[in-house]
Design a protein around this ligand. Structure first.
Ligand code: FAD
Length: 539
């Protein structure tokens, strides 16, 4: 079934008559990765997501594909090696979306790391991840560091490490994986909430779910069921009466976005803050984002709030090391908060908890997976599907995992060089290099289809026509159901170009209605309210 908003409704009755091999609950990166792994091995897959795909934690991370340098300090060598190696694989499979990003880690008087420890740590980091010679870490002197990043507080800096990571758009990664799973015939439905499990002789054999668009309840059946609900994993385990033993420990992390002119870092910086933690400042398409925090969380999981204290913490941390910029709350143009679904460990604080994933299997056969990182999604999926096959099927009937060699888009770029050339050529064609960069990073080669539609449907190549055609593409190929989801998950514009959203929204809404592109069921809050919410903080 094509991932189209149009045929979502028609197919549901038919799907209720099928017994799937695997039913996945949760359409974040974890569920998406499992869907692709399983469908590519030939399992008949159904994935249900109660919001838009990636609307949970998988659109609210720091958006880095990284090995997790700080986990070295915690002695988690296995984790660092696994995710470190994964970076190159996801870059190779989606070079328009997982972009090389050099990081600078300043060494600070009285800071977390000394010169030798940092040099050795970064060397180990590169070795564990088999980083190519030309990308391996360099240690910079104080002068070199200040040349590289002149905003740093001169009297504190004593040098730096310069090393290689990758950055991405987490929600786009999730939707590209879901689209690829759909190419392998996985059925993926958003706005479908699992309400309860269906049992036969005490084994979970299906779920009763509610279509949040029509309100209708539908029963779906499957031979195996996986709970990939991120921060909601324990809620589903409770529905299965299997919430015993290990539990989740949810921690919150926030990010703030400011215009690049307010915090003009020349490149990404990973730096010490006075309380001993580390935070990132990352430039991106005309803005800089800063994050993150790590605090215990018990509140609402759909829209975790940001307190003034969270905001103050990040702004003070930045102003401490970058004294000339004097960031204030009024400079913040948007923000987001995400929840880490970590595994509780007695006596450990939020930032000490392991980021490793764990799988739980209940007596009913429900497989739940939690923890982990965006970066490690592919290996997490492999482990989960291996286990599901082992427990529910004849192993001989299915091949081993081969997602390492699956390119994430229909028409993939060969490599990053081709991505750069394409951005240059499109920038000239549409006379807007920044929009071309954003569009290629978002849609890859599908951008050519978007431009074609902009010309044929809206008879022009103007920016608004391109955004309208992009909406049409997302509605027809990514099950985008409304403008809010378009601006948040499908493009990330709500976070990084909120002023543009404010300017575009009315005109786009009218045009989308006129051209019949909109689904009349507008579930989410309206963009004008969302625009207020991203700069409103609690006490
Ligand atoms: P989610 O994305 O939350 O997906 C679970 C889904 O289940 C949700 O979409 C939810 O709506 C759905 N669901 C829940 N209940 C139901 C139901 N009853 N029926 C149907 N669907 C349901 N990792 C990195 O690799 N790099 C980073 O830079 C990074 N930074 C991070 C920064 C922060 C602040 C946070 C919080 C995390 C960060 N991570 C990072 C970790 C990474 O983002 C998460 O590990 C990952 O996104 C979790 O994905 P998930 O699919 O397990 O959960």
């Amino acid at each position: 079934m094509q991932l189209s908003a149009k045929n979502r409704k028609e197919n549901i009755d038919y799907l209720a008559q099928i017994t799937f091999d695997l039913l996945i609950i949760g359409g974040g990166i974890t569920g998406a990765g499992i869907a692709l792994d399983a469908a590519s091995r030939g399992l008949k897959v159904l994935l249900l997501e109660k919001q838009d795909f990636a609307a949970g934690t998988s659109s609210r991370s720091t958006k880095l594909i990284h090995g997790g340098l700080r986990y070295l300090k915690q002695g988690e060598f296995g984790l660092v090696r696994e995710v470190g190696l994964e970076r190159a694989i996801v870059h190779r499979n989606a070079p328009h979306l997982v972009l090389p990003e050099k990081m600078i880690i300043p060494l600070i008087k009285g800071g977390n790391f000394g010169k030798w420890a940092t040099s050795f740590g970064l060397w180990v980091y590169d070795k564990l991840a088999n980083v190519k010679d030309q990308d391996q870490r360099q240690m910079l002197t104080k002068e070199e560091t200040l040349k590289q990043e002149p905003l740093l507080r001169q009297e504190l800096v004593i040098g730096s490490g310069y090393y290689a990571e990758y950055r991405t758009d987490d929600a786009r990664m999730t939707i590209e994986i879901i689209k690829k799973a759909a190419e392998y015939e996985a059925i993926c439905l958003n706005y479908f909430k699992v309400k309860k499990f269906i049992y036969q002789q005490s084994k979970a054999v299906g779920v009763s779910a509610q279509d949040l668009l029509s309100g209708k309840s539908v029963d779906f059946r499957a031979k195996a069921i996986i709970n990939a609900c991120g921060p909601w994993v324990d809620e589903l385990r409770a529905k299965d009466n299997s919430l015993q033993g290990k539990r989740l420990h949810i921690t919150k992390g926030i990010h703030l976005v400011v215009p690049i002119e307010k915090f003009p870092v020349k490149q990404s910086v990973y730096f010490d803050v006075p309380d001993g933690r580390m935070i990132f400042a990352i430039p991106r398409h005309g803005s800089t984002y800063i994050g993150t925090t790590d605090t215990d969380y018990q509140g609402n999981k759909e829209s975790p709030s940001i307190s003034r204290q969270d905001v103050r913490y990040l702004l003070e941390s930045v102003n401490h090391l970058f004294p000339s910029i004097k960031l204030q709350e009024a400079d913040v143009i948007s923000s987001w908060a995400g929840l880490r679904p970590l595994i509780h460990e007695e006596g450990k604080s939020a930032s000490e908890l392991s980021r490793k994933d764990e799988i739980f299997v209940s007596e009913s056969g429900l497989i739940s997976i939690a923890g982990g990182k965006l970066t490690g999604y592919r290996k997490m999926a492999q482990r989960t599907v291996d286990l599901a096959i082992e427990r529910h099927f004849d192993k001989e009937d299915f091949p081993a995992c081969f997602t390492e060699s699956i390119k994430l888009t229909k028409e993939p770029f060969v490599d990053f060089e081709e991505v750069k050339a394409s951005i240059k050529s499109w920038g000239a064609k549409i006379k807007n290099p920044l929009l071309a960069t954003r569009m290629i990073n978002t849609y890859g080669k599908a951008f050519s289809l978007i431009v074609k539609d902009a010309e044929t449907l809206f008879s022009e190549k103007s920016d608004i026509a391109i955004h309208l055609a992009a909406y049409k593409y997302s509605a027809e190929n990514e099950m985008c159901l409304n403008l809010t989801d378009f601006f948040y998950q499908k493009t990330g514009m709500m976070y990084f170009q909120p002023q543009e959203v404010a300017a575009l929204y009315k005109e786009m809404k009218d045009a989308i209605t006129k051209y019949g592109l909109i689904n009349e069921e507008q579930l989410n809050i309206k963009p004008e309210l969302a625009l207020k919410a991203i700069v409103s903080f609690g006490s």
